[in-house]
Design a protein around this ligand. Sequence first.
Ligand code: MN
Length: 528
Amino acid sequence: MAPKPHYTPNHIPDPSYIRILDTTLRDGEQSPGAPMPAAEKLAIARQLAALGVDVIQPGFPSASSDDFNAVKAIAQEVGNAVDGDGHVPVIAGFCRCVEKDIAVAWDAVKYAKWPRLCTSIATSPIHMEHKLRKSKEQVIKIARDMVTFARSLGCVDVQFGAEDAARSDREFLYEILGVVIEAGATTVNIADTVGILMPFEMGKLIADIKANTPGIQNVIISTHCHNDLGLATANTIEGARAGARQLEVTMNGIGERAGNACLEEVVMALACKGYHVLGGLHTRINTTHILKTSKMVEECSGMHLQPHKALVGANAFVHASGIHQDGMLKHKSTYEIISPADIGLKRSTEVGIVLGRLSGRQALRKRLEELGYVLKEDQVDSVFSHFKSMAEKKKVMTCGTMGLSTTTIKLVTTNNSTHVACSIGTGAVDSAYKAINLIVKEPIKLLEYSLNSVTEGISVTSTARVVICRENYHTSTYAFNITYPTYSGIGTGMDVVVSSVEAYLVALNKLLGCKESFICAEKIQISE
Ligand code: MN
């Protein structure tokens, strides 16, 4: 039996080992329009554990009672679930350098086997002067006192975060980091909060801190990079090259503004190049869980991926041009540096040729064989005609050309009261949503509605996604003017209308917050 891995907060025995801290549920959740309820956070945290992340930062417990409860539930369950390797993820609560924040965060994470407090304060002149309105001396005192306070609660794993470290004075950084290390910090997180650094600058920053901070050899250096210039992944890798041994990332790169460094990009860059050109740097991430985690985060956050997103975008392993397809059919390494199976992607065809409305019989037959169905010629004919008509029907449905329709809808609330309403609309989904609005009686604006069409595989399910907000909030087509809270929801089912209603209700229940939840009853009647 292999020895169980032991976790020491401030020391990693293997000098090339990189800890991955996932902050999808904290910084990622700060994406505009991406708040997630506790049940979804818990489900994602379980998946992050399966992915093998070292540290899960599930939220900011003092920000709201919802976040407190989500972090506590994750600490209790995921923070004590031992995987096949004997590994348990660290559960890290985020808090400002404020006594009350730290105490509340500790109350949420202390149930985990390895609880951590991540306390953070800004160290740049611009933040200290305009945001904190404190002198350097005051900030140093607060940092020392709050790390000491965190340790005094019984927490032996305390991360100190220097917010906006990228724009901080170097000498001041060495001094404040030295002070918090002396006070008992075990990890120091160096944040490029505004995403301003070039990769070589990030490398220099980490190297300078490593060379000049008193006591730095006794703690783990961490990076936290933002993507404002599209450099978050490159900066994170440069940080690791210069000596950082914890990297803070989010799934799909979601996060404040342009987002954070992407977990999938950082991890796969290390997996592809770690042993060749990065001195053996490696993680323990089970990369075959990447795609599943990415999909889950996309659906729960409502933050859609661009089709050409590196690694996890719909087109990342699809080859369209004739020359590329010819190369792929001869040898997959001609146009692929990573096998799709490495991130858990099972393609509908061996070499990434898309199965859809325009697909031929042979492509469908190949896919059926991959699914384990070897059919006779007349059976293939029958399946093929169903496949074609379904793909066509879905297209018609998503185009909303159904004409005037009437929907009767029945909802039950969590206190078991039943409500029925009927409405007409320009299509089945429109009339269903109008009927729901009659029951819920909240002014709702539908900002986004999408339905996946049958473009890959022959699944008969459809997934609807919606984003809504309250109608009386100011809205604008310009993202930088958006000031209202938005809520997303997804629904999956055999029937387009049922999945659309489900998605709408998920978003609506989030919008209603602490008020009672509505659940769709089984009866939806549509007449056209
Ligand atoms: Mn951040």
